[in-house]
Design a protein. Structure first.
Lengths: 339, 339
DNA sequence: CCTGGCACTCGACCGAGCTGAGTGCCAGGA
DNA sequence: TCCTGGCACTCAGCTCGGTCGAGTGCCAGG
């Protein structure tokens, strides 16, 4: 149905339109891309591409622009990887070096990604459920009020406070700490329920109520409904492509303010090797139907810590953004695994 | 120079323009606000107001719009307090109730403020330097690597990790914890340097290097350069008033992405009783020269925890926003002081 | 000092007309 | 069969001129 030349025409349309933001006509196309055929032939090809739904025109006497389906085909089969320049790689590396904190790493990453791609960047904090416990500290703040501090292998620190029915002595707190600490260190959070299942049974009677409380909180807020966090940057980049957002960018900005939405965007990815691209209408989030999202997991190859990605108008440089996202993900993954 | 009627005219211009976003003419003004004088008289007054720089017109045959100076006069002398409705008060209260965490409180507050005012909302986390230490926990994560967890009276939790030259025994960690804990509990962070000044001298020799390290970190990252955090919400509201931003909202969005800028906006306020209003050009931040900012401190009356506020186009409902900001600040202050 | 009247200004709004990029289609040629 | 040049057609965007009316500034009279 679509021979090589037609695909070539589609590729040319996409690349031209992405860089110019203007409907591209047959003549300019035949000229600039030395396709070896005349504009009339290109027109015929275009008619076919349009029949198949890969391109469309805004009005009769205008050039063609790609549809979401056209972009999809382009991304899947037509875009070649665009390797980053050495300078870019160096920039990424230097920008990320010198970060101490996990917070710092994430903040730097998200800004870097926004700057490199010129899009909105989203970086998820290492997912709790996929993390490994490094330390669980239990402290009594006030009599009867405990603070739990969980530190994961990726440096994420979460705290929860809770009340226990009876104030504990320092010694009892120490016992609690030891009981949980010894069992949890090195355990993936997802595996915690199994590891802790028999804990209350073994505890001395005096400690049992407190232990049950702590256990409940650990399971509820750290394991079952772990708080996922995301960082966002580069929303100002949306204004640069104001033309791309027919109505306004209001719905886009609104969507980006919802943590839930951001998580939905990058939450599913779990493979650091495959880059995921969602184009326009493919997007499940109402209000982001005019945008495309490029995401990838980061972390060790056998299971990512979390995801990161960029969001922009469907008219984006997919090849470039895919490369950037992948490169940044790799560096961040190494950084977190190394530190 | 400006008699009562001229002031009344200015007030009418401001209120009309704020609600309609269209230059207001003499006739409409005389009609709607039953000033008791003819349009011609209003015109004369307008001419004076314009000479004095309080209003201006976009072009010769258009109505008048207030200048920044006009808004300033309006805010300072002409706007009456607009008390919130009972429903609004209830909404604020119910919206904020049920928050457990400090994080939760701040997040709810910032969203609430954005929703109530229809502007961009900014809420600063309780400033560390003005907070009181509730607890300082010291944990050895790995041999030679310590984690400090600081909890303040407002529920803010900060952690820092640091390396000490020699691994410590559990007992030594306990000594460290006791030494710091006993001295810091109940102390304002700003007063910490004095309280800890003589600490290394009193420590046993074996503990001294570690203590010096911890002390250095505490002083450097918690006292001298405490990390101020802010939350932001409602950027989508900027698009609603797209007409108000002559160029684009790009510079505004860019400014709002800078933590430093946000802190500058609300960082100075420290009085929970006085609402601060910065109008247009008064604003020190380039890029926010087309916006106005309404801020106030929140916390106990004798010294706020931090500031919060809203940002919007100069054409905003000052009276309403001032009331909302003040009301929200009061509730949050009570909530944090009470909990 | 206020008021009604009057001439004036100038942005907005509308419709006509032109332009040109781009299309679709068709007949002729490799 | 497929490509090509030619040709008529379409239509968004632009410009131009004209009208409209809101709003102004000024002035003479009350």
């Amino acid at each position: 149905m679509l021979d090589d030349r037609k695909l070539e025409v589609l590729r040319a349309i996409v690349t031209d339109f992405v860089s110019s933001n203007e409907p591209v006509g047959s003549k300019a196309l035949a000229d600039k891309h030395h396709l070896g055929v005349s504009p009339a032939t290109v027109r015929n090809d275009m008619a076919v591409l349009e029949d198949e739904g890969y391109i469309t025109h805004p009005h009769t006497s205008a050039g063609r622009i790609p549809t979401d389906k056209g972009y999809r085909l382009f991304v899947d089969r037509l875009s070649s990887v665009k390797p980053l320049s050495a300078a870019e790689r160096r920039a990424i590396q230097t920008f990320l070096q010198g970060a101490d904190d996990l917070d710092d790493v994430v903040r730097r990453t998200v800004r870097l990604l926004a700057q490199v791609t010129g899009q909105v960047a989203v970086v998820q904090y290492p997912s709790l459920s996929r993390s490994v416990v490094r330390h669980l500290e239990i402290v009594q703040l006030d009599p009867g009020r405990l603070l739990l501090v969980l530190i994961t292998d990726t440096g994420r620190v979460e705290q929860r406070s809770l009340d226990v029915p009876v104030p504990l002595t320092d010694e009892e707190v120490g016992q609690l700490r030891a009981a949980f600490g010894s069992r949890l260190a090195g355990v993936r959070l997802a595996d915690v329920p199994g590891v802790l299942a028999d804990l209350p049974d073994l505890a001395p009677t005096s400690l049992r109520p407190a232990m049950t409380c702590v256990l409940a909180v650990v399971l509820a807020t750290l394991v079952e409904q772990p708080e996922e966090r995301v960082a966002l940057a580069g929303t100002a980049n949306l204004t640069r492509s104001a033309l791309d957002f027919p109505t306004t960018l209001r719905p886009v900005l609104e969507s980006l303010e919802e943590q839930v939405v951001l998580l939905k965007l990058i939450g599913e990815v779990c493979d650091p090797t495959t880059v995921n691209v969602m184009i326009g209408e493919e997007n499940s989030v109402e209000g982001l139907r005019t945008t495309s999202v490029v995401t990838v997991g980061y972390g060790p190859e056998d299971g990512a810590y979390a995801g990161l990605g960029v969001l922009g108008p469907t008219r984006m440089d997919y090849a470039g953004n895919i490369s950037s996202v992948r490169a940044v993900a790799r560096y961040v993954g190494e950084l977190l695994a190394g530190g």
